[in-house]
Design a protein around this ligand. Sequence first.
Ligand SMILES: [Fe+2]
Ligand SMILES: [Fe+2]
Length: 220
Amino acid sequence: MESYFENIMALKQIPLHIRETICDEMRHGIEVSNLAVMLAGELGETEGFLADIAVAGILHDIGKLRLTKYLYAEDGLVVEQMKYVRQHSEQSYEIINKAGFSREIALGILHHHENYDGSGYPNNLRGDNIPWMARILRVCDVFAALTADRSYRNAFDPKSALEIMIDEVADYDMKVFLAFQRVLHREVFKIGLEQIKTVQDQRQQEQMALFEEELKHWVE
Ligand SMILES: [Fe+2]
Ligand SMILES: [Fe+2]
């Protein structure tokens, strides 16, 4: 187990089920980051953009840590939780801004739940009004979520996840989604998901410290 997970698990003041959930969130961030780098590369983006989206992928859901008490309560009401879930992208945005990341990364994170048809949140942005980085993250995020176990369902295999996404195609920028399918067929289906869930480079590893930082506020 990599040291960043060990560091989280060592925070014994935090209930075990929450520590485990946070490690799952970190794994999710790693997966989104790796997928987003591959997808942005397929879309012909620059090295600089790839470096930025690697960071954005890791940190896009970090705001959930501020909502931990509401989101991960074992006896939480589902309706209440939904209300708080929708605040997490704005919380992430605040954390990222405070930490001094670029505007592009911050906006990519703020809008990672916007749908191309305008049905997303927090601002119901539509089409090309959604920042480019956010449109790329959106596709990777949904795929990563579908291929992970949830408390209420098992993970979908990659092919079934893709079929579900095709049914919801109005959510995505078609150019991005088609490029994503090429990445899946050429790379992901071949190398398997396990590899995509591991940190690939130093830049990603450095961001893990921010999760620990956030948890310190929570423990105080
Ligand atoms: Fe999210
Ligand atoms: Fe996410």
